[in-house]
Ligand binder design. Sequence first.
Ligand code: PEP
Ligand code: MG
Length: 586
Amino acid sequence: MAKLIGIPASPGVAIGRVLPVDRRRARVPRYHVQPEQIDPEIARLDKAVKESVEQLQQIRKSLGEGEQGDILDAHRMMADDPTLLEGARQLIRDELLNAEWAMRRMVRDVSEKLGSEGYLAERRADLDEVCDRIVHNLIGEQPLPAALPADDSVIVAYDLATADAAVLLSSGKIRGLVTDFGSKTSHTAILARALEVPCVVGAGQASEIAKSGDVIAVDGHSGEVLISPDREEILRFEMARAEAKFREAALLEERELPAVTTDGRRVYLQANIEFPEEVASVLAHGGEGVGLYRTEFLYLNREELPTEEEHYRSYAAILKQMAPKPVVIRTLDLGGDKLPIGHRSHEPNPALGLRAIRFTLRHPQLFRTQIRALLRASVHGELHIMLPMIAAVGELREARKQIEAIKAELAGEGVPIAEKIPVGIMLETPAAALAADRLARECDFFSIGTNDLIQYSLAIDRGNRDVAYLYRPLHLGVLRLIQAAVDGARQAGIECAMCGEMAGDPAYALVLLALGIDTLSMNPSDIPPVKRVLRTANLADAKKMLEAAMAFSSHDEIERYVLEEMKKRFPQLISDAGRAAGERGL
Ligand code: PEP
Ligand code: MG
């Protein structure tokens, strides 16, 4: 048996048989044509481009509405692009290149301008794929996989062409997908999420190790891939799959129902997203809004800063799809280790450095671009703006002042914006939690970022495995900070949400209910189990449990007590799996 760990890109568990799919790059014949062959050569090129466009239109038609269709539209537009075609024709005319060579040269020149990393590199992969299709058509090869997959197929590929992924995944026969290469932002990963096919990308040498027909097990939640697993391992995956199915059943039953306890306390359940494409999954899992959109993903993995238009398009798309549900868009949490390509940080201590709101206030131009786009998009839905890592009232005042100035600027330009746009802050430092009563007077809502709050209060680098065992959400100090944040919000009459990973763990749901959190925001697939806990819970009972838990002094004692109590109440929902110290919340 071989075990690989890749990047979990689409949740769910799949067990099936390996279907290897090659990224079949076309071999490009290279030769010079005679001057008198120029016209027929150009005609050959035009014909292949036309065929490619028609094929892409056909595939597009079979896909229906949604993300997968949009990607194919983009491919068709690339194939149909007059600049590309004219450039290739020119090479045939001027340099007497054959059509295949001319097309490949033209695409290579355009690709080089796009760079080799990040978002534009993915567009480059799209362009390569379109070029491959045209070359396949020129040399008379069939560009799509000929055989239809069997019902239990798990695709294993070095990398999967988007159009091939779209056709294969939407056949309804693919149980899972594993690629050696790729990232969570690749189009193939986005497609897998949109089509709800469990997927692991960046799994190293899967395509070299796995042979056609081998049994393979894929866990899209943990990133685990087992090739030719033994019976015991298959059983473990089957149990995980049954558990996932149970979650799915809960989802279908309770998706439209509110998270309200048996004694009437209503908690709102929202979702965290990094990409606009995840909105469908938010709605499918019953998300009552987006509680955190991490906009820094617009900036990462690319060389150029996103334009105001790009910001606007992302925000408008999310707001429209979610309307009338609220969408909390967090302004840039850049800085420290999260920087666009080419903007390396040389800070000795990035987590304590120029990050989040500090970074933004130091670069008002970046903030302005983002806020202009946000305000313009506000007419499309229920926008809430959230400022990350506010540690001092002064930062909040300065950010709000800049937002007001930009509002006035847009009003001067006659640009309409929503009448009411709440501005809230993330509480992520102990100082902010302890000063919550004052901060609450000057903003419209709080959201507690436990990932950072725990890191800063317990002095644990959230990315450092060596101290992961000390990362304890139920540390008495952390619970008291959460309590202080909620108290501060209550005094000022504003809402207090939580959007760190702690919010999505069903084992902590009663503790957070008792602490008085109004809204929990989490990964979309965590919503159903948390909702189930809350709908069967009782606030009075949760409060008693919290009181008993906080009477203990050590985090071990608190954790043991809470887990035991939760397992007693929800034996099917709370397990010890993945609960080794530090495995959650990092
Ligand atoms: C947090 O710190 O809890 C949070 C939600 O923000 P991020 O994980 O993006 O730092
Ligand atoms: Mg944070």
